[in-house]
Design a protein around this ligand. Structure first.
Ligand code: NDP
Length: 313
């Protein structure tokens, strides 16, 4: 096979559109989250070409159908193991990828577009109450908290977006922000401040969640480590995490150079990794921008580089 793409977010699908139009006959392994992370947001307002915004599933389905139109083959499976060839001349060895159904794929080029996953705080009660009041996806689980009180942890755009989404369903939303200010963009901050159902708790950290069988409250610490530090308790029914993401790159750690946070290192502005014929695109290699449009552009670059590489083989 000429080209194998791993991941079905904007990077993977865009790589597939370009690779199939270049006649690389790509196979795309869709992974555990069809459509990628974008599908857990409510609405996409910042992707050019959609002046009225677009429902994320719709956008990803549009991209998928566009790739399909040019001949991309899709495999619904999860990659479990890889073995990348060392790329020494002559480049005869192909890269090997195994999926969870036991199938082995051998490809001359691999485009990794595995994205990133939500981070967790790491407090014990988070695990204890997972599925019983703790969630990392407001869009998925918000429905269960209609008319209730919830908290969202984080001060970025995701946290603001989730808080606004939840405020449409819930009677009250606390935002637990560890710094005295937001990291989110001005427009998102303004929407939060303008929403009477949202109360922002700046300089608060979560100590533990409480409740008999499900989340009923959270113990917070205000101004941790400062002279006026104090503990406070809030009554909540749901606790939503929105504190950023972890790149999905563990599988590749034996072969690819990763940075300290686990993002795949690429050469300059290119999608080229340390292994010839293996390219990385999207959030798995982007600690800075993490935007659908940037991921899509990286997918395009990866397909162009894969084509160039194959022509030089
Ligand atoms: P960010 O990394 O931007 O923000 C993470 C937030 O979580 C920060 O406020 C951070 O605090 C906080 N945080 C991290 N770890 C902890 C912890 N252990 N305890 C408490 N708080 C913690 O991630 P996002 O997911 O919000 O956004 C990622 C990217 O996606 C950004 O570029 C964003 O702009 C973009 N995005 C755009 C959207 C849009 O345009 N509609 C929607 C959603 C995301 P601190 O600031 O103190 O580090």
């Amino acid at each position: 096979m000429k080209c194998l793409i791993i991941g079905s977010g904007p990077a993977g699908y865009t790589a597939a559109i370009y690779a199939s139009r270049a006649n690389l006959q790509p196979v795309l392994i869709e992974g555990p989250q069809l459509g990628g992370q974008l599908t857990i947001t409510t609405e996409v307002e910042n992707f050019p070409g959609y002046p009225d915004g677009v429902e994320p599933f719709q956008m990803m389905d549009d991209m998928r159908r566009q790739a399909e139109r040019f001949g991309t083959q899709f495999v619904s499976a999860i990659v479990e193991k890889v073995e990348f060839a060392n790329g020494q001349e002559p480049r005869t060895q192909s890269h090997k990828v195994w999926t969870d159904d036991g199938t082995l794929y051998e490809a001359d080029t691999v485009i990794i577009a595995t994205g990133a996953s939500a981070k967790w705080l790491g407090i014990p009660s988070e695990k204890e109450y997972r599925g019983r009041g703790v969630s990392a996806c407001a869009t998925c689980d918000g429905f269960f908290y209609r008319g209730k009180t919830v908290a969202v942890v984080g001060g970025g755009d995701t946290a603001c977006e989730e808080a606004i989404y939840l405020a449409n369903l819930c009677q009250k939303v606390y935002m637990i922000v560890r710094k005295p200010y937001f990291r989110a963009s001005e427009i998102m901050q303004q929407r939060v401040f303008d929403n009477p159902k949202i109360e922002v708790l700046f300089e608060h950290n979560t100590l533990r969640l409480t409740g008999e069988t499900k989340v009923e409250g959270a113990d917070l610490i205000y101004k941790k480590g400062l002279p006026d530090e104090e503990q406070r308790h809030i009554a909540i029914d749901g606790f939503f995490l929105a504190i950023g993401h972890q790149p999905n790159t563990k599988l590749f750690a034996d072969y690819l150079d990763l940075d300290a946070e686990g993002y795949i290192k690429v050469k300059g502005d290119s999608p080229c990794t340390n292994i010839p014929g293996v390219f990385a695109a999207g959030d798995c290699a982007d600690p800075h921008y993490r935007q659908a449009i940037v991921a899509a552009a990286a997918g395009c670059k990866a397909a162009i580089e894969a084509d160039k590489y194959l022509k030089g083989m």
